[in-house]
Design a protein around this ligand. Sequence first.
Ligand SMILES: *Cc1c(COP(=O)(O)O)cnc(C)c1O
Length: 424
Amino acid sequence: MLTTKNSNQLYNRSLNHLVGGVNSPVRAFKSVGGNPLFISHAKGANIYDVDGNEYIDYVLSYGPMIIGHVHPHVQEKVVKTLEKGYSFGATAELEIELAEKVCGAFDGMDKVRFVNSGTEAVMSAIRLARAYTKKNKIVKFAGCYHGHHDALLVAAGSGLATLSMPGSGGVTEGSVQNTLIANYNDISSVEQLIADHDDIAAIFLEPIAGNMGVVIPTDEFIQGLNRIGKEHGVLIVVDEVMTGFRSMFGGAQKLLGLKADITCLGKVVGGGFPVGAYGAREEIMNCVAPLGDMYQAGTLSGNPVAMAGGLATLEVLEKESPYDFFNTYAQNMQEGMLSLANEKGIPLQVNRFGSMINPFFTGQEVKNYEDAKGCDTNKFADFFWKFLEGGLYIPPSQFEAWFLNTQLNDTHLNRTLEAFGKAI
Ligand SMILES: *Cc1c(COP(=O)(O)O)cnc(C)c1O
């Protein structure tokens, strides 16, 4: 049994003044039952809780820690930066350097604006798409998550529902009335919306869906979006907050052949510090203040310490180019899990793309939100606790991607499959 005495003590204390004991809901372990673990520290591929348990970390702060925890290059750059001051409210050279690196990695991204989170990046991209096109409506896909901004916090209606209902308390009907829902991997659902509405500014998507579990787009879907973007003057906003710099240096859009008008970034681009970004070709970005009339600002935007963390992380990724390694590791993990589950007759699907991987407890292929919702989430909850006991720290939800980092090796892979086999 896992020792959780100290975690439980902190959890009870946390409940007094933190809502549900957390600052972001998934951390409360609600969908797997039991109390959340409290973390004391992390290093390389490992994370440690306050009871001294060691785990291989497949959560990686939900994505950012792609080169592992406390990487020496990041540590050095961040500490050096920190010593020169924390925040100036003026542009510093590190912002230019990170902008050069990011724009250089994405085709057609001439300019970028740094913000403090993925949510803020997508929220600004909505405003920018509307300012540039002078149209109001936006399309999102059921099961895609784009942060907690009102206009995209919309529960998917069934099938081709075009009328949106707010997916959260406190979101007014007014703020989602211009949001239309389509089905992932179903280009006809997008074509239908385009036929029915003439006021569509942009289509928002995760190029690889990662927030309904990992779901891979079909080539037909991607090519369909390219065609619709071109023929109907609708902007394609590619939310690469999760995927950016994860499956290649740059975005998944390039691997998929998806043409982005606006790209949103977060997570890896800050290397564990609060950084988000949105970027596009010059003509679009010039709509943003101070050049254009689309207002968007931030006291801590481009914070030097955060820029240093992001820049150092990208430097390591560019130098090491770990993307073949990620593919191999993920492939071995997928094959190992499938064969272990198969031996025991447990229905399992494993979707993966680059350094994102996701076992689904279902016998059906998972290609959209409906498929994902068909998974056995009770079985996932059981497995979750067994994985923890086996030393694997994985996301406490069937619908969160597992992430790989560059510090993993064959020993980790073997330990992972051993723990998986025991749990099964
Ligand atoms: C995590 C995520 C966001 C939100 O980013 P935050 O930094 O949590 O605000 C937006 N889009 C996608 C695809 C994400 O995975």
